[in-house]
Design a binder for this molecule. Structure first.
Ligand code: MSP
Length: 513
């Protein structure tokens, strides 16, 4: 049985075109998906678009087109973005698809059957922008406009007949679950917020709307559409063909290994979603990780704030891998991070061009000139060589366990250190002075090439295209990238030809005025 791993991104509202925050969630998910794949896991990676609700209906009305047509257009830009970001998602779900609607209606019936849903009347504050209900104490009044304190979006008062989910009934089971599954919510700081929210008392949740029609109908009452969050969260299992629990996708991949989301939607994923699942007697995902925000000038990037950075523009200017590297390295994972062009350029120049690109160029150029363009055959490792090579072997289990705790910061620091050490090793060993001791010269070259290979394997989840370009030196193809082989110090076939490669990263000329 292969080991399996199921990772999801949030499904994005196609109410406007994608921005850097969306790109961030997707790139991080892709990083984990690729890492797990090269570590031998069978990976299911889901992303998609969340297309129902009043927010989408209003956006479509503004443009005077039918909601579905509106969604078709913008959902496509998200699908295209997945390709532009070089994501390896195995599925792309749209909540307007039949496969999804069927699952949502089935889940609704299950909740109804288990007496977790009842009809009553809702009155309270609602933010269309967040598609969220807020209590009185979660609202502030600024210049006569009522807003959510946490998201700052405006709220409106609604009063209508609504179905309710008995969320209150799940307060204690949820608290018990958090206690017995301490890894369910991450990072730790966010977990405490969720727990105190639940401890402060859960009220039943309005899960249907009657005053608009753009949504999935309540099966037993077509006057109501299902609350967009109950609809949206279900995507994680509709993509696995639930309720067909015998389906190979559901069997292999549920419960999800991790739902990766932004911290603003943690409550939905760590409170509502597990409560729905408990009520429907479905296993809970193993982890929900609420990452930080990409800030632009200290504020969350969002359409309403008009401070959006367009990922496509950055990619056009600098290329995709520099953006992926930058987001993964510079935004300390779990915290907010400010994005700046200046820091992006620094990353390209120092880490990518100087540290990685230069190491690849230097050692191949040297080997082409001094080792007949081949991977050296006559080698004899000394302590210095084994010391640096064995660090990979000695750290592999640690790297794996850090990734299982989503400690991306450790991973990237490990790579940067390894690059630094590799450059230092090559400099200190001075192979250019070893021309009368060819075994020593060959061994230094072989060792450095091995390190380039190992680091390129580790860089593959972060900068896949550049890692593959570097691996062309050895004719190593994507399907040969297997993480466990970084423990092998003589993986490279001696005597094979080495290929010259193009410059991996162009340095950015900086104007220091
Ligand atoms: N449709 C819901 C999610 C449903 S999941 C069952 C939604 N969509 S969204 O398009 O508004 O946001 C999607 C994700 O992008 C969220 O995880 C949100 O946190 C993330 N980001 C939106 N802006 C962001 C930043 N500026 N920075 C980082 N991520 C942020 O919410």
């Amino acid at each position: 049985m292969p080991k399996t791993f199921y990772i999801t991104t949030p499904i994005y509202y196609p109410s406007a075109k994608p921005h850097m925050g969306h790109a961030y969630s997707s790139i991080i998910a892709d990083f984990f998906a690729r890492f797990k794949r090269i570590d031998g896991f069978d990976v299911q990676f889901l992303t998609g678009t969340d297309e129902h609700g009043l927010k989408i209906q209003r956006s479509a009305e503004k443009q005077n087109i039918e909601p579905l047509e509106f969604c078709n257009q913008i959902s496509k830009t998200f699908r295209d973005l997945s390709q532009t970001l070089n994501l390896t998602n195995t599925d792309f779900i749209r909540t307007t698809e039949d496969r999804h609607k069927k699952t949502v209606q089935h889940l609704w019936k299950e909740l109804e059957k288990n007496d977790d849903i009842y009809l009553s009347k809702y009155s309270g504050w609602y933010s269309v922008s967040d598609e969220a209900f807020y209590n009185e104490d979660e609202i502030e009044d600024i210049d006569g406009i009522k807003r959510s304190i946490s998201s700052k979006s405006t709220v409106e008062w609604i009063e209508e007949e609504s179905y309710f989910f008995r969320l209150s009934k799940w307060e204690k089971p949820l608290l018990k679950y958090y206690e017995t599954h301490p890894n369910f919510i991450a990072p730790e700081s966010k977990k405490n917020e969720v727990i105190s929210f639940v401890k402060s008392g859960l009220k039943d949740l309005s899960v249907s709307r009657k005053s608009f029609s753009w949504g999935i109908k309540v099966p037993s009452n077509n006057d109501h559409v299902i609350y967009v969050w109950l609809d949206a969260l279900t995507n994680y299992i509709s993509a696995l063909n639930y309720p067909n629990t015998d389906d190979v996708l559901f069997k292999n991949f549920w419960p999800a290994s991790i739902h990766l989301i932004g911290k603003d939607i943690l409550r939905f994923h760590a409170v509502y979603w597990p409560a729905f699942l408990l009520a429907a007697k479905i296993e809970l995902p193993l982890r929900v990780y609420g990452h930080g925000w990409i800030l632009s000038g200290d504020e969350k990037m969002s359409k309403s704030k008009g401070n959006i950075l367009d990922p496509i523009e950055i990619i056009d200017q600098y290329g995709l891998d520099p953006l992926r590297y930058y987001l993964i390295k510079e935004v300390s994972f779990g915290n907010d991070g400010n994005i700046s062009q200046e820091r992006l350029e620094d990353c390209i120049n120092s880490d990518l061009a100087n540290n990685f690109g230069n190491l690849c160029q230097r050692v191949t150029a040297f080997a082409i000139k001094n080792c007949d363009g081949k991977i050296p055959s006559e080698i004899k490792f000394q302590d210095d060589d084994l010391l640096i090579l064995n660090k990979f072997k000695n750290n592999l289990d640690n790297i794996r366990s850090k990734i299982d705790c989503q400690n991306i910061n450790f991973y990237i620091d490990y790579i940067i250190n390894s690059l630094f050490e590799a450059n230092k090793y090559f400099n200190d060993q001075e192979p250019w002075k070893k021309k009368d001791d060819l075994t020593r010269l060959n061994t230094i070259v072989y060792t450095t090439l091995e390190i380039v290979r190992k680091i390129s394997f580790l860089l593959y989840p972060i900068i896949p295209e550049s890692s593959l370009k570097a691996l062309k030196i050895f004719d190593i193809e994507e399907n040969k990238i297997e993480l466990h082989t970084i423990t092998n110090n003589e993986y490279l076939t001696k005597g094979n030809n080495l290929n010259k490669i193009e410059i991996l990263f162009k340095k950015i000329e900086k104007n220091n005025d």
